[in-house]
Design a protein. Structure first.
Length: 410
């Protein structure tokens, strides 16, 4: 059997970032930068006030105290957005608001809190009772944070609200990002019935397509199609061709039909076109992967817990790599388990676990399944999971109190 790391390495080696496209910032949330972004303008764009107060000459107020206040004549009112440029001479001040351009002749801004009467009519005298600590205090100088041409965000950065704000602040309205991968999801199995329908003998509600579509969308992929098909070679082939030829998807993810049974439709159709392997993991031992034309094709097992674990191990890293992400793995922590369970020696185990975050200094985990088990057949217990405990292949059991590696899902 291949190790999880060996199979994942094969997947990543076959994966290349998709082409770049330019999109407006308003549509760039969650996208990944294809190239490094440089500032278009200085940040700040001009010298501006960091406080609501008065723009003055430092030499006028450097000795001001409550016992010996300094009174200044106010000659201008400068709200944010003002284009006025009053000339300040000895004994004069301009009322100024945060973000407004500072007059070139001003050398300091005195906040209202350091005056006797605080905010008042703009043309009332400014009476300063606390001296500034230095010349230039409360003035944000042009370009002191970033100069035009400087790096704002590097290639591979995922654009969240903070990154988008920083880019917008440098005068940029569009960004180069990797194209989202187009994904087709195909769930196989003659036993599958739509959720909500009456079940005949031998049928079960179909859930893998829901799981895979949601997981793929969570990575930022575009879901082109979601289908369920019986274990008939012709029916599966037709769906596969529609995805690869008509829809020209970048990724096909199938569930079921990859094991050693007599009706393994994915293996029957693709056994000579992609690789079918056994991976030393539990759940998720049977895996298939390969490239058909320009598309990556993943064949995952059929049990929901196996599908979920296999997606985390192999599909999710590939979808992120296609988008140019620098980090391909979810965050990991080492936490104490409050329950005990057995683990199959020789196979890396993925156990859906529930986090206990009640003690902020000592998070802990326990299996999410109500009975504490971790088999491949489990599905309902996934609803309580917000992480996976990843148990190494050389560990046969986890005891209560043991530290385990935990892959965070939320």
């Amino acid at each position: 059997m291949l190790t999880v790391e060996e199979q994942r390495a094969k997947v990543i080696a076959a994966t290349r970032p998709l082409d770049a496209e330019s999109v407006p910032l308003a549509r760039a949330a969650g996208r990944v930068l294809a190239t490094t972004v440089h500032a278009r303008v200085d940040v700040p764009v001009f010298d501006n006030s960091a406080m609501d107060g008065y723009a003055v000459l430092f030499t006028d107020v450097e000795s001001a105290t409550a016992e010996h206040p300094v009174e200044l004549a106010v000659i201008a009112d400068l709200p944010a957005g003002s284009a006025d440029e009053p000339e300040l001479r000895e004994g004069r001040a301009a009322r100024i608001m945060t973000g407004a351009p500072v007059p070139q002749t001003a050398t300091v801004v005195v906040p209202f809190e350091h005056t006797r009467d605080g905010l008042q009519a703009w043309d009332a005298p400014a009476i300063v009772v606390t001296a500034p600590t230095r010349a230039g205090a409360n003035i944000r100088r042009r370009g002191e944070e970033l100069r035009a041409g400087a790096v704002v965000a590097t290639a591979g950065t995922t654009l969240g609200p903070l990154q988008l704000t920083a880019i917008a602040a440098t005068g940029i309205d569009t960004v180069p990002v990797h194209r989202r991968p187009r994904v087709a999801v195909i769930s196989t199995g003659s036993e599958l019935a739509d959720p909500g329908t009456d079940l005949a003998r031998g049928q079960i509600p179909e859930s893998n397509s829901v799981l895979l579509a949601a997981l793929c969308a969570e990575t930022g992929a575009d879901i082109v199609s979601v289908d369920t098909v019986t274990d008939e070679d012709a029916a599966f082939t037709a769906l596969l061709d529609r995805a690869l030829v008509d829809a020209r998807v970048d990724v096909v993810v199938t569930s079921g039909g990859v094991s050693a049974g007599a009706h393994e439709v994915v293996k029957n159709v693709l056994r000579d076109r992609i690789e079918f392997v056994a991976v030393a993991m539990q759940p998720g031992r049977p895996q298939a992967f390969g490239r058909l034309g320009d598309a990556l094709v993943f064949g995952l097992p059929g049990n929901p817990a196996s599908v979920a674990a296999s997606f985390e191990a192999f599909v999710r890293p590939a979808l992120l790599a296609l988008q140019g992400r620098a980090a391909l793995q979810r965050p990991m922590l080492r936490l104490a388990s409050t329950a005990a369970w057995r683990s199959p020696v020789g196979r890396q185990q993925y156990v859906p676990v529930a986090l206990d975050r009640s003690d902020l200094a000592a998070w802990s985990v326990r299996p999410a399944a109500a009975d504490g088990s971790s088999g491949a057949h489990l599905a309902a217990g996934l609803a309580r999971a917000d992480a996976y405990a990843v148990v190494p292949a050389d560990v046969s059991a986890v005891a209560a109190g043991d530290l385990v590696d935990v892959m965070l899902l939320s």
